[in-house]
Design a protein around this ligand. Structure first.
Ligand code: DMJ
Length: 455
């Protein structure tokens, strides 16, 4: 349905949720199917791209990340490890751990993003360590964090975006809330496991300092200078470049019992719900607004913001969170696979690619953990089956170049998070995983399990 008008900001109208009669499903069979897909994709990666960062699933080639043009750091192996372990794919998990111990060396002359390297490699090593207890994985994690540490040497405490792993040279102070404030779960866990408080302290300091930059109406914008501490734009969003900051404030409470972070989460969330929440006849959205006035910027929604309903529910706003997830589920029903960007006012896809994104499955999984409503399993099932139909290629799962084409057009790239995120969410929500504590757990923004492993 197309919405030709702005919608109502602030929840003046409650959109009725469609009543969903969820059919009975064979969830165990679906869980087993996910495990088969994971093993198949892993075996393809092992045969064609072993030790490389990412496989190109159409051509069978490879690509590097987070170091552009290499050297490779075996990103896929590290991202996949805890998913393999949870699925009981033990020989593959062991082969991955052996590769890390024998070959993963961070002493390379290459520049990495502090944020991406934290959520993917540091988080992957920590969750793998928590899965099997191997100290060598923790040692690698610590070595990596030590190499990233120079980035935090700024007047604000906000890290530079990039650091050279060998030389410690830093670059790019023009940063954003996600890259400043989505580090504490991994670095704080590293402190907990090593007894060295520095890792938790630097990342917590950055997250707290960012909170002090909120506007008079309590919102954050999306670009900020790590040296001067000045905002470089005025747009408030829960999409790209901001998203996981809010998540990590809540997670700091969840993981470390950090009451100050919980209070900050609630204060920022109250402002977001007051100024950014929009109800339209077919759903709820979190609009981009000016961070100092609350004025609507546009109707564009990053696919990345589809995670937000799950976070809202975790933080206590369950009905609003569910409404947001239902809005994205309707977009999924229309396109099959979500477009990278969507305009809730025009009802159009405004960026027609999909980078093999996990956010809707993430949000529905989080809702399901809270209420066990079969509806959320069904949203995730639709996500899985659509990706199996459209994103599966000869050697793995790939990004899509156009989700609006009648036969969707494949790209040739499998991001590391596919192994760590949706394959894990699918498996955990469909299967009854004995290695996972469904009542007490914590997954990072990259899907790495930092609490809830059952050895
Ligand atoms: C992942 O790396 C993380 O979920 C991050 O927070 C946002 N983008 C990707 C997945 O889309």
């Amino acid at each position: 349905m197309r919405i030709g008008r702005r919608g109502l900001i602030g929840g003046a109208m409650i959109a009725p949720l469609a009543a969903h009669a969820t059919p009975r499903r064979d969830w165990a069979a679906l869980g087993a199917d996910v495990k088969v897909e994971m093993a198949w994709a892993w075996d393809n990666y092992r045969e064609r791209a072993w030790g490389k960062d990412e496989i190109k699933p159409v051509s069978g080639g490879n690509s590097s990340f987070p170091i552009k043009k290499g050297p490779h750091l075996g990103l896929t192996i590290v991202e996949a490890l805890d998913t393999l372990w949870l699925m009981g794919l033990d020989s593959r998990f062991r082969a991955g751990v052996d590769w890390v111990k024998a070959h993963l060396d961070f002493d390379v002359d290459g520049e990495v993003s502090v944020f991406e390297t934290t959520i993917r490699l540091l988080g992957g090593l920590l969750s793998a360590h928590l899965a099997c207890g191997d100290k060598a994985l923790l040692d690698k994690a610590r070595d990596l964090a030590d190499r990233l540490m120079p980035a935090f040497d700024t007047p604000t405490g906000f890290p530079f975006r990039y650091v050279n792993l060998r030389t410690g040279a830093v670059r790019d102070a023009k940063t954003n809330p996600a890259e400043i404030g989505s580090l504490m779960s991994e670095w704080g866990t590293l402190s907990r496991l090593t007894g060295d408080r520095r890792y938790h302290n630097v990342t917590r300091k950055a997250a707290l300092a960012l909170f002090t930059k909120r506007s008079q109406i309590g919102l954050l914008a999306v670009k900020i200078d790590a040296v001067s501490g000045r905002w470089l734009d005025r747009r408030a969003t829960v999409g790209s470049y901001a998203d996981s900051y809010y998540e990590y404030l809540w997670d700091a409470w969840d993981l470390f019992g950090d009451a100050e972070c919980k209070a900050m989460y609630h204060e920022l969330t109250a402002a977001i719900l007051r100024y950014q929440l929009v109800w339209t006849p077919d759903g709820a959205w979190i609009a981009d607004v000016e961070f100092d006035t609350g004025k609507l910027v546009n109707g564009e929604q990053d696919e990345l913001s589809a995670f937000y309903g799950g976070l809202l529910a975790q933080g206590g706003a369950r009905a609003t969170g569910a409404a947001l997830v239902e809005s994205w589920a309707r977009v999924q029903d229309r396109f099959g696979v979500l477009p990278e960007a969507y305009d809730y006012r025009s009802g159009e896809a405004i960026q027609v690619t999909n980078a093999l994104r996990p956010e809707l499955a993430d949000a529905a999984f989080n809702l399901w953990l809270l209420d066990r409503d079969e509806r959320w399993r069904d949203v995730v099932r639709t996500h899985y089956l659509a990706m199996k139909r459209w994103n599966k290629a000869a050697h793995g799962y790939t990004d899509l170049a156009d989700v609006t084409a009648s036969a969707k057009v494949q790209d040739d790239h499998c991001p590391g998070y596919w192994w760590s995120e949706q394959m894990k969410y699918y498996y955990l929500i469909f299967a009854d995983c004995r290695r996972f504590d469904y009542r007490s757990n914590m997954l990072t923004t990259e899907g790495n399990v930092l609490k809830g492993m059952r050895r």
